[in-house]
Design a protein around this ligand. Structure first.
Ligand code: GSH
Length: 233
C-alpha cells in the first residue's frame, strides 16, 4: 500500500459469525496486527455502527480509516494488499490460473454445497438423515474432485490458501456439528469419510489450523444453534 508501516486495522466482528470468521482467518494467516470491535448481533445496530456499515452486518474492516465490507471482498482485499502464501498475484507465473482455481472451488462450495447445510440444522430429527445425504452427494460430486491433489491444502499447497480462508469456517461447522445430533446426524461423518475421503482428510486438517480455531468456541456455538432451532420448532 505504498508504505512499509503496518496498516491500522480494525475488524468489526462477532465470533459466532462464519462470515466474520473468514476475515479473522485471513488476518491471522497474514499475521497482521489488528484491533477487534465486537458487535452484539442480538440487539439493533447502533447508529455509530450503521455509519460504518449501512447494511449493519459483520464483518467490516477499517483499513487505515477506509471501510471495506463483505467477508469475501474483505478477505480478498487483505490477500491482495499483503501478498503471501494465501494466493499468487495475478501477474506472477501461474497466478491467474491459481486464482481461477481457487475462485472455482469457493464458488463450488457456496453454490453447490452450502445451501444443503442449514436445512439439516433446522430439520426435525427424523428428517435429518435424508437431508444430510444431499450434503454428502454434493461434496462427492463437486468438492471431492477438486481436492484430489490437496497436499495437504488446496492445489498441493503446504500452507492455507484463500480457498481455505474462504471456506474453513463453513467446513468447520459441518465437521464440528456432526458431533451434535441435534444439529447434524451422526451418519454424516462416516458417509463423508467413506465417499469423499480427500475432502474428509482435508476438512479434518483445515479445522485444526490455529487461524481457524483461535476465535472458535465449539460448545458455545453449537449450544446457541441448538437453542435457536429448538425455539423455531
Ligand atoms: N454477505 C455478508 C454476510 C454477513 C452476515 O450475514 N453477517 C451476519 C452474522 S453471521 C450479520 O451480521 N447479521 C446481522 C443481521 O442480520 O442483523 C458477508 O459475507 O460479509
Amino acid at each position: 500500500m505504498g508504505s512499509n508501516e503496518s496498516p491500522k486495522i480494525i475488524l468489526y466482528t462477532s465470533y459466532a459469525c462464519p462470515w466474520a470468521h473468514r476475515a479473522q482467518i485471513a488476518l491471522k494467516e497474514l499475521d497482521i496486527p489488528f484491533e477487534t470491535v465486537h458487535i452484539d448481533l442480538s440487539v439493533p445496530r447502533t447508529a455509530e455502527y450503521l455509519a460504518i456499515n449501512p447494511r449493519g452486518l459483520v464483518p467490516s474492516l477499517s483499513y487505515n480509516g477506509t471501510i471495506i465490507t463483505e467477508s469475501g471482498i474483505v478477505s480478498q482485499f487483505l490477500a491482495d494488499a499483503h501478498p503471501s502464501h494465501l494466493e499468487k498475484t495475478s501477474n506472477e507465473e501461474g497466478g491467474a490460473l491459481q486464482r481461477a482455481r481457487i475462485n472455482f472451488f469457493v464458488d463450488a462450495w457456496f453454490s453447490k454445497v452450502q445451501g444443503f447445510v442449514f436445512p439439516v440444522f433446522k430439520a426435525v430429527a427424523e428428517e435429518k438423515e435424508e437431508l444430510a445425504v444431499k450434503i454428502v452427494d454434493a461434496i462427492v460430486k463437486e468438492i471431492e474432485p477438486l481436492l484430489k491433489d490437496a497436499n495437504p491444502y488446496f492445489g498441493g499447497a503446504t500452507k492455507f490458501t484463500l480457498a481455505e480462508v474462504l471456506t474453513a469456517s463453513f467446513v468447520l461447522r459441518v465437521i464440528a456439528f456432526s458431533k451434535y445430533p441435534e444439529l447434524l446426524p451422526k451418519s454424516l461423518s462416516a458417509a463423508l469419510e467413506a465417499k469423499a475421503p480427500a475432502f474428509f482428510k482435508w476438512a479434518n486438517l483445515v479445522v485444526t489450523q490455529e487461524s481457524v480455531t483461535y476465535i472458535w468456541d465449539e460448545k458455545k456455538t453449537a449450544e446457541r444453534h441448538i437453542e435457536r432451532f429448538a425455539a423455531q420448532k
